[in-house]
Design a binder for this molecule. Structure first.
Ligand code: PXP
Length: 243
């Protein structure tokens, strides 16, 4: 079944607003896992406005599920993640200062760069995933980078979901089929939420993992963190039961 990895960047953002330790990110990490999260995702950005680099080191010993670190593979990022040895590193092509990840890799232009970085990570036993959109050429070229997985950038699905979900999912189903054919494992993320998650997982049953942050942490304001994680897990379960 598709695993739910909770992206805790938003909890760090809230903490950073006052400079103290409320909410406690390390407690939230442990709690997310005891409430049912099957993975923890962090995205340390170069300016550390959400997750601090030190947070990544502090979180590692608390992980009982799967640790996924996302980020642009700068020298500084690699220096951070290599000794931490998370289960997975998801490479994103973000330029410094972007608000959020808003595009996938060009796997043609960046092929040799990605190949080098992926080699370095895999040598340390770290699984790699690269953030991509649904263009078939991009996915076909991803295989040459040696990556284990790709993460489909789901914002275009989420933004079209309410108008026409069948149209919205189409390019993702085609992309998933291509990835399956090439032997690339599949993750997905960005703007997934309680409304659009079940349909996405139902249509792409080969999906290994979704990472969800913004909507989940926002829902937790209303439903509480434990309930919210359980609600997301139920949405994933419903997909496999074709409810
Ligand atoms: N995947 C990647 C690569 C991301 O950068 C983000 C946002 O940090 C997510 C998934 C999660 O997106 P959201 O916060 O919209 O759930």
């Amino acid at each position: 079944m598709t695993r739910l990895s909770v992206n805790i960047n938003k909890i760090a953002t809230l903490r950073n607003a006052r400079g103290g330790n409320i909410p406690d990110l390390l407690k939230a990490t442990a709690d997310c896992q005891s409430f049912g999260a099957q993975g923890i995702t962090v995205h340390p950005r170069p300016d550390e406005r959400h997750i601090h680099y030190q947070d990544v080191k502090d979180i590692k010993p608390l992980i009982t599920t799967e640790f996924n670190i996302e980020g642009y593979p700068s020298d500084r990022f690699l220096k951070l993640v290599l000794p931490v040895k998370p289960h997975q590193v998801t490479l994103v092509p973000d330029l410094p200062g972007v608000l959020t990840s808003s595009a996938g890799w060009d796997t043609i232009k960046n092929k040799s760069f990605l190949k080098d970085v992926i080699g370095i990570l895999q040598n340390e036993g770290i699984r790699t995933s690269i953030f991509v959109d649904t263009k078939l050429q991009i996915i076909e070229n991803a295989i040459d980078t040696g990556t284990n997985r790709i993460e489909l950038y789901t914002e275009p699905y989420a933004s079209k979901y309410h108008n026409n979900r069948e149209e919205a999912i189409k390019p993702f189903c085609i992309a998933a089929e291509k990835a399956n054919e090439l032997g690339l494992e599949l993750n997905a993320g960005h703007d997934l939420n309680l409304d659009n998650l079940t349909f996405f997982v139902q249509k792409i049953p080969s999906l290994k993992e979704v990472s969800i942050g913004h909507a989940l942490i926002s829902d937790a304001l209303y439903f509480g963190l434990e309930n919210t994680i359980q609600m997301y897990l139920r949405k994933i379960k419903m997909a496999s039961q074709k409810i």
